[in-house]
Design a protein around this ligand. Sequence first.
Ligand code: SAM
Length: 278
Amino acid sequence: MSGTLYVVATPIGNLEDITLRALRILQQVDLIAAEDTRHSRKLLNHFAITTTMVAFHEHNERDKTATLIEQLRGGKSIALISDAGTPTIADPGYRLISAVRAAGLPVAAVPGPSAIIAALSVAGLPTDSFQFLGFLPAKASARSKALEKLRGEQRTTVCYETPHRLLKAVTDIHDILGPECEVVVVRELTKIHEEVVRGPVREVLAEFSAREKVRGEIVLLLGAVPVVVSADNWRERLRERLAAGAETPKQSVKFIAKEFGVPSDDVYRYALALRNDE
Ligand code: SAM
């Protein structure tokens, strides 16, 4: 008899959110494959679970997969967990699951918390149809491109964001999708400082700009985005002109500022951010 790979969700903050089934499976399996064994040790200790753990993360996923499949074939049952929430959701694991399935071995879901779903449940935006983008790109040019694609998007959009990039992302949403775009920042779900800040992006931007520091874990959501019919394609045009290299960056900045009636300081700042990307 081969063993089963259980994909086990763990809490995203409050440890009481673990399910009874997750506790039983974690105790009963032969092995727990954990993204960070030191991190997960705290969870296991809290619930007095003594099962052996092995590290399974994005850097050893390929190497470890074959070993884990051999262990499943040999009849061992394995639980896959990540640092928090549901494994494989913006976390390692899908390659392992794909390989286990390809080997004809059983995979079972042990569902529970996930920051995407928890954030959607409290944001107050439509959830009948939504898209999840993972983390918005860190680089300014890639982030602008990702946001430009959202013009006219009618579904709710969900992204993960880091605290140190939140202000940049919200500023870009403001500049690219317009000041009225509805935004919800969901922070520290299920923890002491749980917070939901919702409103047109101009208000959310003012709120977070006034803070000395943003901390914690964040899900950023956008409501339906109007099709912005304005001259704010200037970022796209600037990128094209800079990439074409037919003029100096200074000339490109000057041209775009004049052509689109955008303050040259704004254009210059964006050109600088693009250069910092390189
Ligand atoms: N697999 C996880 C899940 O199902 O929620 C997500 C893993 S992803 C690497 C981690 C990101 O999820 C964080 O950077 C943050 O954006 C979001 N996140 C996790 N816990 C959160 C919480 N308690 N409150 C808000 N966002 C959270």
